[in-house]
Design a protein around this ligand. Structure first.
Ligand SMILES: Nc1ncnc2c1ncn2[C@@H]1O[C@H](COP(=O)(O)OP(=O)(O)OP(=O)(O)O)[C@@H](O)[C@H]1O
Length: 280
């Protein structure tokens, strides 16, 4: 089954607040597509719509050729969608193993088998988290919780994976481990959509890049690095310097810029000059 995503004339509002305004975009199958954008720009709303959690939208979302609204969850041959969203609250102290096992519910129909337990052990081992397995989820640190939730999504073996800020709370080692895992899944054929805040991590690991801006999604594919830098500067209201790291694009804030906003307003973008000026 085709697991590309096609968004057509998608609009969504909370009351009078327009969040998404006639968004048209396709996310290719078997790629890691990264969505950047300011806080509150509508990225999670878009994910909630794709995941089927938000239904009051205009326009259509197609997964493969099937409209999201016609998609029946739980059919034996249906596509599996994994969604790591930003907020997960629980007050009940389930053990880590039990939290991850809930990700296998569609396999086990709530009666976990030996394979389900093995899958949980494997994913814990993959992230060196076995020592946490019997701990109550509520006693974990923020980063440990994030990793457990990620394990819970990955253990579903999704065909389509939505990751909303998967590196939240994670140290650098785990940020890389999580994004490398996403890349490995892509190699195995999973379609991954990932909201990220760090453009450098995005360009290091992503295949396709999009920017949520002015209630629309901008496809950054085909733009030159300097065009992307300008768009990011406008979006984040920060002067940036374009660099390369191992042939991947980087965008670094121009620090020492008490004149940060002046620099953008005056559109003076000679990075070399600015670096010299800021060197003691
Ligand atoms: N349930 C809700 N009711 C009303 N407004 C909401 C609701 N959920 C989100 N919003 C608003 O919709 C806008 C988009 O929110 P959304 O969570 O999609 O942004 P985001 O791009 O994911 O932000 P962030 O990067 O901070 O996670 C925000 O202004 C937010 O305040």
């Amino acid at each position: 089954m085709n697991n590309s995503i096609h968004i057509k004339n998608l609009s969504f509002a909370y009351g009078k607040d327009i969040i998404l305004n006639d968004v048209n975009m396709s996310f290719p199958e078997g790629k890691l597509s990264v969505i950047l954008g300011r806080n509150g720009s509508g990225k999670s709303t878009l994910f909630n719509i794709i995941a089927g959690l938000e239904k009051k939208y205009n326009g259509s979302v197609l997964i493969g050729e099937t409209d999201r609204r016609d998609w029946k969850v739980g059919r034996a041959n249906s596509l599996k969608l994994g969604f790591l969203n930003q907020f997960h609250q629980t007050t009940f102290p389930f053990s880590v193993v039990d939290v991850i096992l809930t990700g296998r519910a569609s396999f086990s129909r709530f009666s976990p088998s030996k394979e389900d337990f093995e899958a949980v052990e494997q994913i814990l081992d993959r992230f060196n988290l076995t020592h946490l397995k019997d701990k109550p989820y509520t006693s974990l640190s923020g980063g440990e919780r994030q990793l457990v939730l990620l394990c819970r999504v990955l253990v579903q073996q999704p065909d389509l994976l939505l990751l909303d800020e998967p590196t939240n709370h994670l140290d650098l080692n785990y940020q890389i481990a999580v994004l490398q895992t996403a890349k490995e899944l892509v190699k195995e054929g999973t379609t991954v959509l990932c909201v990220m805040h760090d453009p450098n991590m995005a360009y290091f690991f992503g295949d396709q890049f999009y920017l949520m801006k002015d209630n629309r999604l901008v496809d950054l594919h085909g733009l030159e690095q300097e065009q992307v830098r300008e768009l990011l500067e406008q979006t984040y209201q920060l002067p940036l310097i374009s660099l390369e790291n191992q042939k991947k694009w980087m965008f670094v804030p121009m620090l020492g810029a008490d004149r940060a906003f002046d620099t953008i307003a005056g559109s003076a973008h000679n990075a070399e000059t600015k670096i010299e000026m800021n060197t003691p």
